[in-house]
Design a protein around this ligand. Sequence first.
Ligand code: PXL
Length: 280
Amino acid sequence: MAKRRSGRSERAGTIPVALTIAGSDCSAGAGIQADLKTFAAFGVYGLSAVTCVVAEVPRRVSRIEPVTTIMVRQQIEVLLKNFPVRAIKTGLLCSAGIVSSVARTIRNLKKKGARPIPLVVDPVMIATSGDNLLEPGAVESYKKELFPLATLITPNLDEAAALLKTAIKGRKQMDDAAKALAKKYRASILLKGGHLRGDKAIDVLFHNGKCTEFPAPFVRDVQTHGTGCTYSAAITAGLASGLPLEQAINHAKQFVTQSIARHFRWKRGSRKIDALNHSS
Ligand code: PXL
């Protein structure tokens, strides 16, 4: 906690600032709610630009409504104009129009000669529940407009397979897929292998021409809604704090593993609800 002197925070001018551009998950395990809790756990001041509102509980999405593209753009513009944002992440962007609007807003910043801000793109397509979260046509907008602006892209195996139009079934194929995506979009790639069942959840980073493995124990029997959001938010928090990419990923992986291991569980009759524990 920051020490306070006569009611004023000493850290106000120095606390790193990060921005999440993502959807609202009313159950707060994923989306902007997960991102903001994660930023706070890392001692980073979190800002948010909301792209859509999702009515859901961990295993069931009941409704998604996008925010207008103008509203998405204005949230990002006012925040970047007024705060010293040190890193940005995108989560659920919902529609092709919103993906394009986010890409255009970030591209315009670059054109105006603003200092480059690291951009982490989590290409959220499908919820852990299996519900589709992204309009199918939006994938093309990601490929053409947003991926080329990214510092790091963090697909899971299903998302990488959809992007490359090929199945990824083993460890060697993970390396090949990460390399292929990195070459295609000129970004670093963190391919999350959590869905390849085994004792370990292994992720592969392709960065600066080489593959690095990030292993962690695989935690079973927990409904892990929001792990992807939490992971990319934790990486973004590390980058906002000035950590090199590998170190930011290492810290983030530890944080996610801990958030899963220390999850909350509520029981209502025969139904269980699990939620990540984002506290540090
Ligand atoms: O976990 C993916 C995800 C991301 N963003 C929002 C979500 C979800 C999952 O349901 O609601 C807003």
